[in-house]
Design a protein around this ligand. Structure first.
Ligand SMILES: [Zn+2]
Length: 476
């Protein structure tokens, strides 16, 4: 039985979906004004592993991941959605492009990164700009219910009207009073009120007609409107980075619960930040890595995936090149192990491995709030046991195939892409190996030896199996 840490209750809770066998998940997606970085990848991966594990456990999932293409202001992440400039509009201004050119470019980039990281695509990626009517409807209702008010074409959510404000982040109004002071917007009643609708300045390109002004929505209302559109008023799981907890998710709860009068989300799952060399990533520090920086240094995206899996999603993974090197070695060990298993052709009676024991241990780890580092280390234990048997030639083909099948099942939720040895073999080496096979069939051993030497000179080993079959491996 899966237990998930719920940010709302601050405890691990038994996961129970609203509808038997089905799980609805909303993931905060990218604001498409910049490149996806390692921190984003870590957060998207948590949602991916969670979804994959739910599917492995027999649930049917429905995952919605929004594309924020308007309304995310430069100060939104620290402030309350009413100051700064629209991130996409700002980038468009700086790069002398239209906001939609900017959004399209970074959206495409985001999909590419998800694909390279082997993150399963969400079932649907709704765009904020395509859901303005739903947001207007929600804001209208919030005003009607007295949770929101309009001043000078701007609409704000009145946080003092929502008694549960602060229940997710702990930032209740009492706690906020003693905290940092905000720069007050002249139209706001209370400093912590946040914008639902913003009157657009004249030169602003992204704007829509509304009952209040020609303007654009606040960032938070987008996620409330789109999640309710696709998953209903109450759904199972909402994911995001820890930086989303406040104000973004706190605001989503206030809006959605104010609007529907029902509980918004049952499980809140948040990913902790990633550090680079022990420090927070920042463009100014030059440690703001993207996937390309990693691939450029010769690491496959799966090495990064394994590194991220090697730390629990609620721990602060410290990214270093040394840790990448370690992850690379580990991925190679898994790759070699699987390729060694594939090469076993012995049919003689061998030893058995208790795969059921390993399956239970791995599932127990995953059930405990997705403990991927423990689950992976259990697989390494299996590798150690099997490698000993392989070395003593005590593992036969049937058992080897069972282990491969076992790996394929659990890798459904690890989602690692294991390079197949042969895919990397140069074409000429493959051709020599084929020629060599034919030479052996006509018993031309002199020529077959010559070809073996040519293959070895290229760094590969050819080993004959049976029925004229052979295997090609990289020399160690
Ligand atoms: Zn969101």
């Amino acid at each position: 039985m899966l237990k998930l840490y719920n940010t709302l209750s601050k405890a691990k809770e038994k996961f129970k979906p609203i509808n038997v066998g089905k799980v609805s998940i909303y993931s905060c997606g990218p604001t498409v004004y910049d490149f996806v970085h390692l921190g984003n990848i870590k957060s998207y991966m948590t949602a991916d592993v969670l979804r994959r594990y739910l599917e492995y456990s027999g649930y049917e999932t429905r995952m919605i991941k929004n594309i924020t293409d308007v309304g995310h202001l430069t100060e939104d992440d620290i402030n309350q959605g009413d100051s700064g400039e629209d991130k996409i509009a700002k980038k468009a201004r700086l790069e002398k492009k239209t906001p939609s050119e900017i959004a399209n470019f970074y959206e495409k980039y985001f999909y590419e990164i998800e694909e390279r990281m082997n993150i399963l695509p969400a079932h649907y990626f709704p765009h904020a700009t395509a859901h303005i009517p739903q947001m207007i409807k929600m804001i209208t209702e919030l005003i009607k219910k007295d949770f929101a008010y309009e001043v000078n074409g701007n609409v704000f959510f009145d946080v003092t009207k929502f008694s549960d404000y602060g229940k997710l982040s702990g930032n209740t109004l009492d706690n906020l009073k003693v905290g940092a002071r905000l720069e007050e917007h002249p139209d706001k009643k209370n400093p912590w009120d946040f914008a639902l609708w913003i009157k657009a300045p004249k030169e602003h390109l992204l704007k829509w007609e509304s009952p209040w002004s020609l303007g654009y929505p606040g960032w938070h209302i987008e996620c409330s409107a789109m999640s309710s559109e696709y998953l209903g008023d109450t759904f199972d799981i909402h994911t995001g980075g820890e930086d989303n907890i406040f104000p973004h998710h706190e605001a989503e709860i206030a809006q959605s619960e104010g609007y529907s009068g029902k509980k918004f989300v049952n499980f809140w799952v948040h990913t902790r930040h990633l550090l680079v060399d022990g420090q927070k990533m920042a463009k100014s520090k030059g440690n703001f890595y993207r996937l390309e920086d990693i691939v450029e240094k010769g690491y496959s995206p799966s090495v990064l995936r394994l590194l991220i899996l090697s730390a629990h999603y609620r721990t602060q993974l410290n990214f270093t090149w040394k840790s990448m090197e370690q992850a690379k070695t580990n991925l190679e060990k898994i790759t070699d192990f699987l390729s060694n298993l594939e090469n076993i052709t012995s049919e003689k009676k061998g030893k058995k491995i208790n795969l059921e024991k390993y399956r239970k241990k791995i599932e127990k780890a995953m059930d405990d709030d997705l403990n991927t580092p423990l689950a992976i280390s259990v697989f390494y234990e299996l590798m150690t046991e099997a490698n000993k048997l392989i070395a003593k030639e005590q593992l036969n083909e049937e058992e080897a195939e069972k282990i491969i099948g076992f790996w394929e099942k659990i890798n459904k939720f690890f989602g690692l892409v294991i390079p197949k040895d042969l895919e990397q073999v140069p074409l000429e080496v493959k051709q020599w190996a084929e020629e060599r096979k034919e030479a052996r069939m006509v018993r031309n051993f002199a020529y077959s030896d010559e070809l073996r030497k040519k293959i070895e000179a290229k760094g590969y080993l050819v080993e004959d199996v049976k029925n004229n079959k052979y295997t090609l491996k990289k020399k160690k």
